[in-house]
Write a protein that binds this ligand. Structure first.
Ligand code: TXA
Ligand code: MG
Length: 349
């Protein structure tokens, strides 16, 4: 299949290109689109044949439901029994990086919700995404635009690497503004429940429900006996090709421990990469070291995480040693993705 690749200026939209992509959606095709979180792989969410193409292109397990992307706050067509608190969250955080889990309307095919009675819905704020949804007149079902298991793409070139020849159109924009996937909040229970942490943090949600809690499955290594409510969270994810290990703790001790471990690997003739921050990068004497940004700016570190994991793949390292970061604010989401990428190989010093 031939894939058309268009790079768009997010501040000066080429409406002809977006219209062409909207027609593809209308005809049941697949389109990669930029969003403010990560790039998505979209299709008409009400067309089961179109949705199947997403699963095939990504190699995605069938039991992992998709998020519906809308361009307006009225979602009565797609969800039912919507609680008051959901309207309040929508009012405050949409358009933006927040997905709500609600009871699904009957028109949503089982392929989109992977057989569940609920559906995830969000309104992104990226200008290309909003225009595409608006021009297509559909809700667009879209998982992240990576091959299943790989880190989510935050740059257009990664979507091309993963999906060229497997989708109809790739619409590129800037690098993703946030770089981690949306916060997922389940609104179907008595209390709100965070199923996946993201840029909309626990504290922000607390203002709307002081009883909100985090799905216990995302705070620890998920094994078969502990099933997360977001089916996707159980799969090995965000995984670079190399093995990965996280060292967490007080600054000086962390640096010392990393130096010690690195030396052991080098002695064993392995190629080691270090993932660190601006403040510490000069401490390490290895060839492959990449800073995620300043450790005083967890938004910046988060934004660079997935792209850095993919860069390490290109450097062909055998093992990546990463520093850990503070689990406050967006740091909870950052560490959630980092731990999954490392298969929960984490050492505290
Ligand atoms: O930021 C994002 O959310 C990005 C962009 C493209 O919008 N999308 C994204 O989709 O991350 P995906 O498919 O990679 O991750 C969706 C996650 C999966 O873990 C899935 O299991 C969960 O959302 N999910 C979707 N529908 C659900 C539902 N009804 N109940 C529980 N979890 C659900
Ligand atoms: Mg994904």
């Amino acid at each position: 299949m031939e894939t058309k690749v268009y790079r768009l200026d997010e501040n000066n939209l080429d409406l002809e290109k977006i219209k062409e992509a909207a027609h593809v959606i209308n005809r049941g095709g697949t389109v990669v689109l930029p969003t403010e979180t990560v790039y998505g792989l979209g299709a008409d969410g009400l067309n089961s044949e179109a949705v199947k193409k997403i699963f095939i292109a990504k190699g995605r397990p069938q039991d992992n439901p998709l998020i519906m992307h809308v361009c307006k706050k009225d979602i009565s067509e797609y969800a039912k029994n919507i609680p008051q608190v959901a309207y309040k969250l929508i009012d405050k955080f949409w358009p933006g990086p927040l997905t709500l889990i609600l009871d699904k309307a009957d028109i949503i095919p089982k392929e989109t919700s992977a057989g569940l009675d609920t559906i995830g819905i969000r309104m992104p704020r990226n200008s290309v995404a909003l225009k595409l949804i608006e021009m297509s007149g559909r809700a667009i079902a879209a998982p992240s635009a990576n091959l299943s298991g790989k880190p989510s793409p935050t740059e257009m070139k990664r979507c091309v690497e993963d999906l060229n020849g497997k989708v109809d159109i790739i619409l590129g924009g800037n690098e993703s503004e946030i770089g981690l996937e949306s916060t997922i909040v389940d609104c179907t229970g008595d209390r709100l429940c965070i199923l996946r942490p993201g840029a909309i943090t626990l504290d922000m949600i607390k203002e709307f429900d002081d009883q909100v809690y985090i799905d216990p499955a995302i705070l620890k290594n998920v094994t078969d006996d502990f099933k997360p409510k977001a089916p996707g969270m159980k799969y090995r994810h965000y995984a670079p090709k190399a093995k990965m290990k996280i060292i967490c703790g007080e600054e000086k001790k962390t640096i010392e421990k990393i130096k010690e471990i690195v030396q052991n690997y080098i002695d064993a003739n392995l190629r080691v990469g270090i993932m660190t921050c601006d403040e510490h990068i000069n401490e390490y004497d290895v060839q492959c070291k990449i800073s995620l940004g300043s450790n005083k700016n967890l938004e910046e570190i988060s934004k660079n995480l997935f792209e850095t994991l993919r860069s390490f793949d290109e450097l062909d390292v055998d093992i990546i040693i990463s520093e850990g970061f503070e689990e406050k604010g967006i740091g909870l989401a950052l560490m959630n993705r980092l731990k999954k990428a490392a298969g929960y190989d984490i050492e505290f010093v």
